[in-house]
Design a protein around this ligand. Structure first.
Ligand code: KET
Length: 467
């Protein structure tokens, strides 16, 4: 009977908890049950704004929702922008929110190599059996090779534990779970600013984090000294989250010399590098050049963690394909780490999806398709470079204030970090129908040459006329 199923299991009460009264008023459809549970220790739940679903001290009508204590969540700062964009009926609207590649016609793009890889699957009559917990072996092999280079000693010596993950996000989440379980109390240092979801991932995994300086608004460049000082000050054994290339949201990467210095400090201070590689090939157009930061750390014999994503570089956003790689100092440690990653994955999602893994394995594992992929990626990276140049040209010619817009050209990857503040970003959306994240980031992958002038007008207006 529904009225007797009052959920007291959401927060387990202390042994002193007592159900003090129960009333069942029969008559009509109304049944009331009044109960009081007392808890010795009240837990503060960050998601419920102080209203606990478990603490019950009220009269509940059976037709009232058991989910009364669940408040409305705010829209996601990045994916929520796409939802708002869809709802806008203005013909001028432009979605520069999520980092997703569009054609010059602003249409989503499925790479030709992806279609070819999918045709191969059909020809081969591949089945849909469960994958092992660690994912598709052929994928795990090629993904580690793509990252480190096939001849890298870390691969030859079997020191990399690679587990297929639910794209970049799921792979980061798995690594966070590993940190939470085997490095209790260890902190993750993240750049300020960073991709919005990093904080969510570590919060949900209950891994403490703090920020290191990264972006200097005065120079619209890297605050290298601040970054080094903050990393140096981190407690020994902390993880340092680094964007392998094409830093999101700033588009500002350290130079090769700066990477060496970052590695020096991490090594000296006994910290653990943790790379997020979501844009391999998208920064420079070259897969190898974009992996050079990770390879530099591996070449020093450091142990490191690397999350990979194929959302952007193969356009496999919705296939949720990526990997977590943990480089250990011995093959033995790597095998143990892998066993624990599998143990963490099994109760979370059991095993990963096969479709994207097969696409990657087919493309990277076939020399002809691999070369075609590289050409298509250069094309995508090239289109973004073209709109970057045109946006800069439009801003420079239209804005008569003398402001230096050259930072647009210096930034790399899918994004431009415009320096627009929250109110200015809101003006971009409310007045100009340009959808973007409120931190001032625009995705150039969602911009066409034809829309550059319009966007420049919107940016100039927002920058000069809104405080
Ligand atoms: N790391 C970074 C730095 C990143 O920008 C993204 C995605 C991811 C990981 C994860 O991507 P996945 O699809 O899980 O492999 N960023 C874009 C999309 C998003 O926010 O989910 C974005 O910043 O627009």
């Amino acid at each position: 009977m529904a009225s007797s199923m009052l959920s007291s299991t959401w927060v387990s009460p202390s042994p002193s908890a007592s159900l003090s009264a129960e009333e069942s008023l029969k008559g009509g459809s109304l049944k009331l049950r009044t109960s009081t549970l007392s808890f010795t220790k009240e837990k503060i739940n960050p998601f419920t704004n102080g209203k606990s679903c478990g603490r019950v001290s009220m009269a509940v009508a059976v037709n009232a929702s058991r989910f009364e204590g669940v408040p409305m969540a705010p829209p996601d700062p990045i994916l929520g922008v796409s939802e708002a964009f869809k709802a806008d009926t203005n013909g001028l609207k432009l979605n520069l929110g999520v980092g997703a590649y569009r054609t010059e016609e602003l249409q989503p793009y499925v790479l030709d190599v992806v279609k070819k890889a999918e045709n191969l699957m059909l020809e081969r009559g591949n089945n849909k059996e469960y994958l092992p917990i660690e994912g598709l072996a052929a994928f795990n092999k090629v993904t580690a090779e793509l990252l480190f280079g096939a001849d890298n000693p870390v691969i030859k010596q079997q020191r990399v534990a690679t587990v297929q993950g639910l794209s970049g996000t799921g792979s980061l989440r798995l690594a966070a779970a590993l940190i939470e379980r085997y490095f209790p109390g260890a902190k993750v240092l993240i750049s300020s600013p960073t991709w919005g979801n990093h904080k969510n991932i570590f919060n949900d995994a209950r891994v403490p984090w703090s920020e290191y300086r990264y972006y200097d608004p005065k120079t619209v460049g890297l605050d290298f000294e601040g970054m080094i000082a903050d990393i140096k000050a981190a407690p020994e054994g902390s993880f340092v989250l680094l964007h392998g290339c094409a830093h999101n949201p700033t588009g500002i990467d350290p130079t090769p010399e700066q990477w060496e210095k970052i590695a020096d400090v991490i090594q000296q201070e006994n910290l653990i590098p943790f790379f997020d590689v979501a844009y391999q090939g998208f920064a420079s157009g070259s897969l190898d050049a974009d992996a050079s930061s990770v390879r530099l750390f591996a070449a020093r014999g450091l142990e490191l963690v690397v999350a990979q994503s194929y959302s952007k570089n193969l356009g496999l956003y919705a296939e949720r394909i990526g990997a977590i790689n943990v480089v250990s100092s011995s093959a033995d440690a790597a095998a143990r780490v892998k066993s624990q990653l599998k143990r963490l994955a099994r109760p979370m999602y059991s095993n990963p999806p096969i479709h994207g893994a097969r696409i990657v394995a087919n493309v990277v594992g076939d020399p002809a398709l691999f070369n075609e992929w590289k050409a298509e990626m250069e094309l995508m990276a090239g289109r973004i470079k073209n709109v970057r140049q045109k946006l800069y040209d439009s801003l420079s010619s239209k804005d008569k204030s003398g402001k230096d817009w050259s930072f647009v050209l210096k930034q790399i990857g899918m994004f431009s970090f415009t320096g627009l503040n929250k109110a200015q970003s809101e003006n971009m959306t409310n007045k100009w129908h340009v959808y973007m994240t409120k931190d001032g980031r625009i995705s150039l992958a969602g911009l066409s040459l034809a829309k550059c002038e319009y966007l420049a007008d919107a940016i100039i207006d927002s920058y000069h006329n809104v405080n």
